[in-house]
Design a protein around this ligand. Structure first.
Ligand code: DX5
Ligand code: ZN
Length: 230
């Protein structure tokens, strides 16, 4: 049996209060967050603009947890080195961007960072098969990228199942992540389908308390993974 990575919850800072970020991060970390997810948007690849390497470096100074940097930008190769130097641990590019996946995998090795590939909801999963065994993370989007707080697109569940089957078939222990629309319900379903890395924005920072929200999500993914067929 292929060893899967442990289940991890990564709060997405896009949903946090940027003016009180340190505080939000400390609360999430104290409540057992396993990593932080940082959404970089360039206003071209997606219709929104967020932040760049300097912001990632500021976040890096606040935590030792892994930083999962989601590059929703048209030219990821141009900025790979800057985001690695800023302290990103995993750099996730989009398969729909202007990018040569093989070159980005090599760049990741040179920069000593993990490399992931993300798929928009309208991109067929087989687009990622050629690079599957070289990637450290496959990210299935549960929403159209650009904004937090959207509703999960149910077809993403089928994609998670398909990627899980293929990762197991090639013997890869890469993370299978789900990003967008993750709630305790969809976290349970996607864990059941084989996801290991759960990006949670609104479901952590959008309402209630961070600790309660993370506890709910944690128990959901554990229950889901417990049902998963191995
Ligand atoms: C959407 C981003 C997500 C977003 C998730 O484009 O990639 O990471 O922050 O937010 P929720 O969990 O609220 O859908
Ligand atoms: Zn994201």
């Amino acid at each position: 049996m292929i060893s899967r990575r442990p289940l991890r919850l990564a709060p997405s800072l896009l949903s946090a209060d940027f003016a009180a970020l340190g505080e939000a991060m400390r609360a999430a970390e104290a409540a057992g967050a396993d990593a932080f997810h940082l959404d970089v948007m360039d206003g071209h690849f997606v219709p929104n603009i967020t932040f760049g390497p300097a912001w990632v470096a500021a976040v890096r100074r606040q935590t030792k947890l892994p930083l999962d940097v989601h590059l929703m930008i048209e030219e990821p190769a141009r900025y790979f080195e800057a985001f690695a130097r800023a302290g990103g641990n995993t750099l996730v590019f989009h398969l729909e961007a202007r990018a040569d996946p093989a070159a980005l995998v090599r760049a990741g090795q040179d920069l000593d960072v993990e490399v992931g590939a993300a798929l928009r909801p309208d991109t067929p999963v087989d687009r990622v098969w050629p690079w599957l065994d070289q990637l450290n993370q496959i990210m299935v989007m549960g929403v159209h990228p650009g904004f937090s707080g959207q509703k999960f697109i149910p077809e993403a569940l089928l994609k998670v199942r398909a990627v899980r089957a293929r990762l197991d078939a090639v013997g890869s222990s890469a993370d299978l992540s789900i990003d967008g629309g993750v709630t305790p319900e969809t976290a349970l379903e996607t864990a059941e389908a084989g996801a290991t890395f759960f990006v949670c924005g609104n479901s952590v920072f959008g309402h209630g308390t961070i600790a309660d929200n993370l506890a709910l999500l944690r128990s959901a993914v554990q229950r889901g993974a417990g049902h998963a067929v191995r």
